[in-house]
Design a protein around this ligand. Structure first.
Ligand SMILES: Nc1ncnc2c1ncn2[C@@H]1O[C@H](COP(=O)(O)OP(=O)(O)OP(=O)(O)O)[C@@H](O)[C@H]1O
Length: 369
């Protein structure tokens, strides 16, 4: 299957910053999403990663029009989402559901599981046939591994993992085609995370679901994503097949994110590339000129990186896309990291596993170029 269910074209979501006594003056914008184009194929999982504040959630919310995009196109199953109104919009919303990070805050503690699940059905007028509703609720609970007796209980009576199963059931009960899962496991214990990730995988297989999974942690999306997009300060900086991205990360930011994912093998863990990013994420209200990553990039070159914004371009036949002027030179090793900003420790070539590059420890106490 390769048909795109969702197509996002040059999407921008800019939030106005208001000032003045009545907050009636716009003094600037938060460029939360600033020109993202991507496709989510039917039946597949698109993993969107990036550190907190880079615009991942806003992109997900913009797709559902929970926030109104500033510009750009969104197509869902061939329909122009941005032109939908009234009843058409309501029907569209049924086809896409969200799963949120923290089930405790997204589930009203005063409502029983039954009432939480029926709520969605009511919003779409699907609650009238009582026998049918009961059948639907029970089979939905069964599909997420919860017993029918859960219907009469309240969220606090469940463990964190079970609560997330309720959150997933609430999304599933309307029979959606796409699920936007925003940090679906980051509030859970590590031991429970794998169970919920596996559940999402099983549901995808049995129900033919399409997922957009948003996470700050590459480890979470690694095993479930067919395609991974890496976001930095409102833009996609790299996109590739899940495996391809791990074998050959091209963008310096992806390499930095990758180096933060722990590897279970201590030999590999000791020897792999480490890039600790200098400084914090710049403000999306005042993004750096040129390449937005240049202020933190260990390979940034004067003055092109500061002057010219790199476009997301197809790198080679693999279809991998990267927004970096120097991706080829970094990959070939022709361009070295700034020695003043990095301590480079080369691993013993006889024993070093093939993990992409020399072992690099970047010092974070040095100023950005
Ligand atoms: N409604 C809003 N009004 C103004 N600014 C907003 C609004 N929503 C988000 N932002 C800002 O947009 C930027 C991107 O936020 P967003 O939540 O999309 O990032 P994120 O990558 O999902 O981070 P997190 O994982 O912390 O949610 C942030 O600077 C945030 O403060």
């Amino acid at each position: 299957m390769s048909e795109a269910l969702v197509e996002i074209d040059d999407l921008k979501v800019h939030f106005p910053i208001k000032s003045g006594l009545l907050f009636d003056r716009t003094v600037g914008y938060v460029y939360a999403v600033d020109g993202v184009s991507l496709k989510v194929k039917r039946g597949e999982t698109y993993g969107l990663v990036g550190e907190s504040g880079c615009g991942k959630s806003t992109l997900g919310r913009g797709l559902l029009r929970l926030v109104e995009p500033t510009s750009g196109g969104i197509t869902f199953d061939g329909t122009d989402v941005r032109s939908l109104k009234g009843e058409e919009m309501r029907l569209f919303r049924r086809r896409i559901q969200m799963v949120f990070q923290d089930p405790l805050s997204s589930l009203d503690p005063r409502q029983s599981v039954e009432s939480l699940l029926v709520e969605g059905l009511k919003a779409h007028g699907l609650h009238k046939d009582k026998a049918d509703v009961q059948k639907r609720l029970k089979s939905t609970l069964d599909s997420v591994g919860l017993p029918a007796s859960a219907l009469n209980k309240y969220p606090h009576e469940f463990s964190g993992g079970q609560r997330q199963r309720i959150g997933i059931a609430r999304a599933l009960v309307l029979g959606p085609e796409l699920i936007v899962a925003d940090e679906p496991v980051s509030a859970l214990d590590v031991s429970i995370q794998a169970q919920v990730v596996n559940l999402l995988g099983d549901l995808q297989e049995s129900l033919g679901l399409t997922y957009l999974v948003i996470a700050h942690d590459l480890a979470v999306v690694r095993h479930i994503s067919d395609t991974i997009g890496v976001m930095y300060l409102g833009s996609l900086v790299e996109e590739a097949d899940g495996d391809q991205l791990y074998e050959r990360p091209l963008h310096p930011y992806t390499r930095a994110l990758m180096s933060a994912v722990p590897v279970p093998d201590p030999q590999v863990e000791d020897r792999r590339e480490r890039i600790l990013l200098a400084g914090d994420l710049p403000s999306p209200a005042n993004p750096p000129t040129g390449c937005r990553f240049h202020t933190r990039c260990p390979w940034a070159q004067p003055t092109r990186c500061a002057d010219e914004r790199p476009q997301l371009r197809v790198f080679d036949d693999s279809g991998q896309r990267v927004a970096c002027h120097y991706a080829e030179e970094i990959l070939s090793g022709e361009l070295k990291m700034h020695e003043v900003r990095a301590e480079i420790v080369r691993p013993d070539s006889d024993t070093a596993p093939d993990v992409g590059a020399e072992l690099i420890q970047t010092r974070t106490d040095l100023p950005a170029p």
